[in-house]
Write a protein that binds this ligand. Sequence first.
Ligand code: 9MR
Length: 361
Amino acid sequence: MNLPRLTAVAAAACCLALLPLTTASPAGAAGGPAAADRPLRQLAADDHLRIGTAVDMSALADDAAYRRLAGSEFSTVTAENVMKWEAIEPRQGEYDYVAADRLVDFAHRNGQKVRGHVLVWHSQLPSWLTSGDFTADQLREILHRHITDTVRHFKGRIWQWDVVNEAFNEDGTLRDSIWLRELGPGYIADAFRWAHEADPRALLFYNDYNTEWTGPKSDAVYELVSRLRAEGVPVDGVGFQGHLGIQYGLPTDMAANFARFDRLGLATAVTEADVRMEMPADDAELATQAEGYRRLLDACLRARHCISFTVWGFTDKYSWVPDTFPGEGAANLFDENYRAKPAYRTLQEQLTGRARPRSAE
Ligand code: 9MR
């Protein structure tokens, strides 16, 4: 099991040099002379890294500046919402893949890979499922079918799937969800097995937040994936979401944490990076934010098998943050007017002129 899976990771890293180059320059970017006109995706390719963004499908349809940057700056995309259960199976057994297919087509046209988000989660489930009063056997079959149908639909077009998302509490115990309550902890291994059967070449990830640093929650993820690997369950990688807030202080041991997962032979990825703050934002806070992004990318670049660094949206114009954390915001690389912030320039500089060894070597 281990060898072919690792080969898949290495193969994924090998072909970054083939990315189409683009010279689009974001408004207001002011890195060093070499970096200023090179988009992140191109700089990251030198490091054998894919750089990604979550995509808001309404913005992609309606906002030309958004569409341009989504295509030019990033080499992988994640659906911010349209691959979630409530979006693609709003009624039992009736699938609506239209919006998700549109994103996959956009990615194809722009030479981008796609992170599939998400197969098993406690949130954004359709009401027919949460209030259906199903037996455990029925629910298990519903989960099996959703995973199988969805992964098959996108077979060959999804690079990495977030198979299970946010299964742990902060103290490292399993989160009380419909899946844990009805199916028991074995739902996690089942989900990976079913996804692998449906698309054996997709890289399968466990994904969570507040796991970027060491502590009870990341320890629990570490124990989970170690055990799954030992049991031959097809888990390929661990995603660290990377939702930071500067008011909590920036984590210091992310590189050491990524390294221990790397040593297991697993792929790692930063999957949803953003660094929020209390509003209004001042220059000092934007500098701290840049340092937060820098530390996340640094942890990834130091891990041999960290294969992608994805931001959860790239402009403050469409961020999820103010809706969820009233009074907070400014979490992204570009402001509402698509002006690059210090964090963008920091990532550019970090990716400039430092070729990382390929994970295949
Ligand atoms: O950004 C997403 C936002 O538009 C949705 O309303 C929200 C619903 O829970 O989900 C957000 O994305 C989440 C992601 O799917 C999983 N990790 C946390 C993200 C931010 O909440």
